[in-house]
Design a protein around this ligand. Sequence first.
Ligand SMILES: *Cc1c(COP(=O)(O)O)cnc(C)c1O
Length: 423
Amino acid sequence: MHVPPIPTLHAADPELAALVEGEAQRQHDVLRMIASENYVSRTVLEATGTVLTNKYSEGYPGKRYYEGQLFIDQIEQLAIDRAKALFGVDHANVQPYSGSPANLAVYLAFAQPGDPVMGLSLPMGGHLTHGWGVSATGAWFRPVRYEVRREDGRIDLDQVRDLARKEQPKIMIAGGTAIPRTIDFPAFAEIAREVGAVLVADIAHIAGLIAGGAHPSPVGYADVITTTTHKTLRGPRGAMIMTTAEHAKAVDKAVFPGLQGGPHNHTTAGIAVALKEASTPDFSRYAHQIVANAKALAAALTERGFDLVTGGTDNHLILIDLTNKGIGGKPVARALDRAGIETNYNTVPYDQRKPFDPSGLRIGTPALTTRGLTEAQMPQIAAWMSDAVDAATKDDEATLNTIAGQVREMLAAYPMPGWEPTR
Ligand SMILES: *Cc1c(COP(=O)(O)O)cnc(C)c1O
């Protein structure tokens, strides 16, 4: 049963309610190991399901274009103040609809069409919005792409410096979607300062780790910080842009009226709740447990012959190169899904296979850590993954089914916020 319950939805639209219930139970029954996903708290669910969705409030607290902002202003200000306090920044904009629009707002604020902008190449772990060709950010600006070293899979800061000096980017982005290692923000800041680029730290994946003290913070190094709110930060789907006082106005203008209309106030409320949760000692323990779990899982996978990009992890994320297993990422992700283990296929640096059928599998521990799993369960998960990969190479559907049952059985002991068994 969905929590909070949705009886009115069941009565009025049973077709949709059944689908929602189905998804809730599915989230309960499988090991959710997609590195960018999580389970939000019931508190966040309640906040995002409120009448705040009814209200238009273009503008910012105290400067709106519509009347009736007595409470909305206070809600948005609360979210802003909590973001500033949690991350220790001068300024926060909590209105971007999601991570991609947040990044687009930063381009709008600091670059002109055709300007050079620098980011980690997508197949090396960068995000689409860091200047990849199919994204507006790659089509409207001139992307300059840095890479990771072939030898160790780590970001090549010498190449970053050389490229930055040569191409003089207006914006430099540090961060990505498939980086299993700590990002060296001070090194990026030194290079950005030398070439006069605005340094943007895109901490979408690691915001919760930073908030909890489990990853170094870009604050004091980056001019602008963009983040989603729904990954390790464990809030509703949304985003924030945090800046130094110097860049506050430019970013606010770019978000509204530059790019967006009315903010999603129910989401803002959910973000405020998540930020409050993220400022507790409990959350700091959670962030450190995510990393401890990822390290334990990486060790157990290595023991079973999996080849990990960079040889391991410093954060929540593990990138597996399946080349030595003689099978691609896509059939493995599909097989794991049938075994109750939810992941995504991914390119690995210098991938020899095609992007739609790459060599890698990306996994992460944020969601299963929210369920309460610890290092103790990681060897079992690695064993299931190993057996599932073997089964995938042999089209052994029975083994995948057996694993799915075992996963469901184990997870029954770990409640999730958002769903509980019907009594
Ligand atoms: C997830 C992600 C984004 C985009 O977030 P959406 O909410 O999916 O638009 C941007 N940058 C990075 C590094 C991400 O991981």
